[in-house]
Design a protein. Sequence first.
Length: 291
Amino acid sequence: MIRGMTGKSSLRFSTDFLDVEMEIRSVNSRFFEFRIKTPARYASLEMDTRKIASQKLGRGKIDFNLRINEKEAQSVGLTINMALAKSYLEASRKVAEELNLSDSVSLKDILSFSQVLNSDTSDVDESTLKLLLEHFEKLIDQMLPMMIEEGKSTLEDVQNSLDIMVKSLDFVKIKYPQVLDKYKSSLRDRVLEVSSLKPSEERLSLELEMFASRTAINEEVVRLDNHIRVMQDILLGKRPETSKELDFIGQEMNREVNTIASKSSDFEITEQTIILKSEIEKMREQFRNII
């Protein structure tokens, strides 16, 4: 099912040992971008959450925040790098001696130095990690309905553009034969202006055929008409396609309209090609925001 990329969701749950709050936000992006903010002790979740998000969402810029309150402080192991602490202390005293400063390094200072005091992440058991991942999947599932609604709204806009295109193309279908008839009449009048003789029908037919071959848009109109029908089938769910296929169809539509515009010698047909190109561009912009 085609859906958008914008959405958000949050959930909370508790166990005997943890109070957990999760929040996820997703916005449009051409690629898959995943950022996680979590307590350092649970950093091992990043790889699995990234994989789940990629499988379920495909594209988008996604921010996942995980906040955990551990009810029992003893569940968090702390390790002290004593060798590193001694090195920091000796270095501090040496700097103080060299610069003739008072040695005022406190315990608080030593513990604040990088990697002196570390939390032990090895204590997070597999059952807790599994539980967090299960709720992460639920978090994404809660967000999907919002994305599906966005996709429906986007496809409604696409359908409006297709309706406008159908009207413009119908005008071109009717107008093009009239352009040929007008050219034939104009050609006959020009011949009469320079000659008192009645122009040969054979000669007029030849000239008209040459003009028609230069300006023929029948094939382009048929192909564009077919592209519109295919896209309408997709919107009705008759064909399972993704935004990439839709964008490709839009690209082919644009190619046909450009050819019609380049062959046209009629102002009104040219005017309709401008409308067609405008609607195609609107649709392709919408396709970039859906999956």
